[in-house]
Design a protein around this ligand. Structure first.
Ligand code: SF4
Ligand code: SF4
Length: 471
């Protein structure tokens, strides 16, 4: 490895020659970023938000509502608990409405507030900037930005990575508890890995991925890999909130004295480059809006401090819109801020309606493959075999029965049937109808699922019979 590669350099000036990306040089080597913290007003607010979010992420898996976890995304059983309500993967309608509502909500939030999610709430930013980097600065101290960082005591580097590893292990267990539940994770931690090798491998693999992300991959997750970041160009418009540099006010940049000696009236930017050295994605906001900008506001805090020192008003870099920076008015009513809320209202309305109509048990009639379509009984009645699935969405085992609506009868020896909590049971039943019910070989039939006086669900099916009655 060359000396240059071993050396961790200070952040260079904006867009230095020889770099193709903010994190990569022309020769393909990584440009490691060691952003300077700018502890201004936005940073302090972001720190409060970050610590609240980290606490929520850790505590939420422990919270129960009515005996169930508040949230659980149990992929193995295809069961999702949201605010204590259980959804199964076969509940396509509420899940579809939930996903559409989430997506359109994100589109609307981005259209109005830009990348506020990235800068303030994304786990990548929150854990990187408010946990891993502070720990790194704690261990590396004055070596943090030094070209001779590799000469710092080795034990400090080792200690840093050990702490990173422990935190990654904790995050992996917390992350998995959202998918398998805290009880299972606790059980895993108390047993020998030999008793549950698959879950042990899962925890270790998740820990390794988290460690790799926060210790090595870092800001490249935002600048290269994150699909949400890649979609910014279509999600934002010129009226969306961005972090922007006021070119009209800032340029020409540089020392006022030097520019005055050249007969040039200087702008407010003193070209101190603090906005660049503080940027966690290594870009220069003065070059305009860039996909790499996660709107973390560190450059605002850095520049405001400089403006205070030189006695010019704050806000050379600020929350603004592209329209404002270009001197054009931002219309409040824009196509996307009208269309998105309408779509959001439709999907949210659909979700609420579906949830309101949701019953404690459902009945589905499924196809029976490879069966004779119908049988004519000695009594002259027509018997069709159908396959039913009954799903119990309650917390307790329930007993269900089936009945036919209208004329006809059911031959269902295994009913009433017991179905365990949040599970399904399937059975074959015979639907028997008088032959006179069939028209052109078909007859509609409706079944009802009930217990005592409670009817939970009904399902319809067309069954087959003779083309002409009496045949
Ligand atoms: S921090 Fe402000 S003054 Fe300094 S280079 Fe950036 S924009 Fe210019
Ligand atoms: S340009 Fe400013 S707001 Fe954007 S990522 Fe860099 S420091 Fe954060």
């Amino acid at each position: 490895m060359s000396d240059e590669k071993k050396t961790v350099t200070n952040l260079p000036a904006a867009a230095p020659a020889g770099e193709v990306l903010s994190t990569m040089r022309e020769d393909g080597s990584r440009r490691w970023l060691r952003p300077k913290v700018s502890p201004g007003r936005f940073f302090k607010k972001r720190a409060v938000v970050a610590w609240i979010l980290m606490a929520m992420f850790t505590i939420t898996p422990f919270i129960k509502l009515g005996g169930k976890p508040l949230f659980l995304f149990e992929l193995s059983t295809r069961r999702f608990i949201v605010f204590g309500t259980t959804f199964h993967a076969d509940e396509t309608l509420p899940l579809a409405f939930l996903m559409l509502t989430t997506f359109v909500g994100i589109f609307l939030l981005t259209a109005l507030l830009g990348r506020v999610w990235c800068g303030w709430a994304c786990p990548q930013t929150v854990y990187m900037e408010f946990l891993y980097r502070p720990i790194e600065r704690f261990f590396e101290g004055k070596h943090y930005k030094s070209p001779t960082r590799h000469e710092m005591p080795r034990w400090k580097l080792v200690a840093k990575y050990v702490v990173f590893l422990l935190i990654s292990l904790h995050l992996a267990n917390t992350f998995l508890s959202w998918f398998v539940g805290v009880d299972k994770v606790f059980l895993w931690t108390q047993q020998s890995p030999l008793e549950h090798p698959q879950s042990f491998i899962l925890v270790m693999a998740t820990t390794a991925m988290i460690m790799w992300d926060f210790a090595f991959w870092r800001e490249q997750m935002c600048t290269l890999a994150c699909p949400y970041g890649r979609f910014q160009s279509v999600l934002l418009d010129k009226g969306s909130l961005i972090v922007g540099y006021d070119v009209d006010r800032g340029e020409p940049r540089g020392s006022k004295k030097r520019l005055a000696s050249q007969g040039v009236e200087a702008g407010d930017c003193v070209d101190c480059k603090l906005c660049v050295t503080t940027c966690p994605t290594g870009i220069d906001i003065r070059q305009g809006l860039q996909l790499e900008c996660i709107a973390c506001t560190q450059c605002i805090d850095a520049c405001d401090e400089v403006m205070d020192k030189v006695g010019t008003p704050r806000g050379l870099i600020r929350y603004t819109t592209q329209n404002t920076l270009q001197g054009t008015e931002t219309k409040r009513i824009r196509p996307r801020v009208v269309i998105y809320p309408i779509l959001l209202a439709i999907f949210l309305g659909g979700l609420i309606t579906v949830l309101a109509k949701r019953t404690d048990a459902t009945l589905d009639i499924l196809r029976v493959r490879g069966q004779t379509p119908y049988v004519t009984l000695d009594s002259g009645e027509i018997s069709n075999q159908v396959h039913v699935r009954i799903t119990n969405r309650t917390d307790q085992t329930q007993t269900y029965d089936l009945r036919i609506v209208g004329d006809g009868r059911l031959d269902i020896p295994q009913f009433p049937i017991k179905v365990e909590s949040e599970s399904s049971a399937e059975a074959n039943i015979n639907v028997i109808l008088p032959s006179g019910h069939f028209s052109q070989g078909r007859a509609p039939v409706e079944l009802e699922l009930f217990t005592g006086n409670d009817t939970f669900d009904s399902a319809e099916k067309t069954v087959l019979g003779p083309l002409f009655s009496g045949l």
